[in-house]
Design a protein around this ligand. Structure first.
Ligand code: PLP
Length: 431
């Protein structure tokens, strides 16, 4: 009997509900802070998910870059069951073996340093903000410079750090000490540094605003600027990290052909680190590893035996099956095919860009058939792709993102293209 069958039998006794009933429960009982698509998803297997009506979708969203091994991966199901039968949680008042193992593994993949565990990307970034404040405290330095169009999470400091006005609106006054400058622009950054600046924070690949990759010169220049001005260089790899780019972290991929060994001072991680099980972390370089001293930072659920066991198993599978190479291969396949599509339909597709399995498809914002709706072009296109049986993620107003599982097969990628092609062709025909 499959592990999944055993688990099915022990599910809580919830009566089967129609999509309308589920929508009704959300309307009545769930805080409406999300603009949701209509789909009610019920189960998944590999790169596919099924809705409550039994309709199958190819999942090229993977929970917004979360489900790195797809859905219901047997090894993840097994480790969840085995570890939860042994020890799910202990407080950080005590030691647990698996937290130490995962920290050692992450350090081995980045550079000498240490790791703090938490539960989400926003929380990992909060750790970076506190690290920067503590680092600059004695000299009265507290400012963190981030990029225009960045995204760093939805906590109060996260929205202050984020370089997009729409996430800040209505939550003023903003947490003090964040400044935004254009991305990939070293001169703007140089001009923004003051005697109060403590750190620079960037996403090496901007995700939420539509997949923009940092240039190698920018990253190298950032390190130089930080060294010259004694600032911390912080990377937010929450979305781009954990082998999605083809290397553990995306800055490592961006710089792999350069003759430099760039090491940032701290890195925020979450999303696919746990493949769907919530775990976040930040790595901090050895020389700053004790800036956050005992009593200065904590998280009740950070680094539980269960979360760490899952994350370790995910790293095992990714390494054993060489999924970093698969992410490169499948990413290149998508980009080549989508660029060919954009040549055929230049009125509809503006640009294809990305790194590994983090791909942005930018549509022309003025595709006529999409202009007379209150919904953004990106949302309308994602809806059309749902009708074609493919899940993708909107970004900005006219970009959709492909962030599929790292073990996506060539057949599945082709399946995805068979869904996307006709949607683009229809937009061209209707416009
Ligand atoms: N940082 C980046 C780059 C992200 O893409 C996200 C989420 O999309 C976050 C931070 C926030 O992560 P979380 O939603 O886990 O708090």
């Amino acid at each position: 009997m499959k592990m999944a069958d055993n688990i099915q039998r022990s599910m809580p006794n919830v009566q089967r509900q129609s999509a309308e009933q589920v929508h009704g429960a959300f309307e009545k009982f769930v805080v409406p802070s999300y603009a949701r698509f209509d789909l009610v998803l019920e189960r998944g297997e590999g790169s596919y998910v099924w809705d409550v009506d039994g309709r199958r979708y190819l999942d090229l969203a993977a929970g917004i870059a979360v489900c790195s091994l797809g859905h219901a991966h047997p090894e993840i199901t097994r480790i969840l069951c085995e570890q939860s039968a042994k020890l799910i949680h202990v407080s950080n008042l005590y030691y647990n073996e698996l937290q130490g193992c995962l920290a050692r593994r992450i350090v081995g993949l980045i550079a000498p340093g240490r790791v703090f565990f938490c539960n989400s990307g926003a929380e990992a970034n909060e750790g970076l903000f506190k690290l920067a404040r503590k680092f600059g405290h004695e000299q009265g330095r507290y400012e963190i410079i981030t990029a225009v169009d960045s995204f760093h999470g939805r906590t109060l400091a996260g929205i202050a750090a984020t370089g997009q006005e729409k996430v800040k609106k209505g939550f003023e006054p903003a947490v003090a000490g964040f400044k935004h400058v254009p991305f990939n622009d070293l001169e703007a950054l140089r001009r923004a540094i003051t005697t109060q600046t403590a750190a620079i924070l960037v996403e090496p690949v901007q995700g939420e605003s539509g997949i923009t990759v940092a240039t190698p010169e920018y990253l190298i220049g950032l390190r130089k600027l930080c060294d010259e001005n004694k600032l911390l260089l912080l990377f937010d790899e929450v979305q781009a990290g954990h082998f999605r780019s083809g290397r553990f972290q995306s800055w490592q991929r961006i710089l792999e052909d350069q003759q430099v060994d760039l090491v940032p001072d701290a890195v925020a991680m979450a999303k696919s680190l746990g493949g769907g099980f919530p775990i976040g972390a930040f790595w901090v370089r050895e020389q700053f590893a004790t800036v956050l001293s005992p009593g200065s930072h904590a998280s009740t659920f950070g680094g539980t035996p269960l979360g760490c066991a899952v994350a370790l198993r995910i790293l095992d599978v990714i390494e054993r099956e060489n999924l970093a190479a698969n992410a490169r291969r499948m990413g290149e396949f998508f980009i080549t095919e989508l660029k060919a599509l954009s040549k055929r339909y230049p009125k509809v597709l503006r640009e294809i860009r990305g790194l590994g399995l983090m791909i942005g498809i930018e549509f022309e914002p003025k595709v006529a058939v999409l202009t007379d709706s209150k919904l953004s072009p990106a949302i309308q296109i994602v809806n059309r792709l749902h009708a074609a049986g493919v899940l993708t993620v909107p970004a900005a107003t006219s970009v959709i993102r492909l962030l599929p599982p790292l073990n996506l097969s060539r057949n599945e990628a082709e399946d995805g293209l068979r869904g996307i092609g006709p949607v683009v062709e229809a937009l061209n025909r209707e416009s």
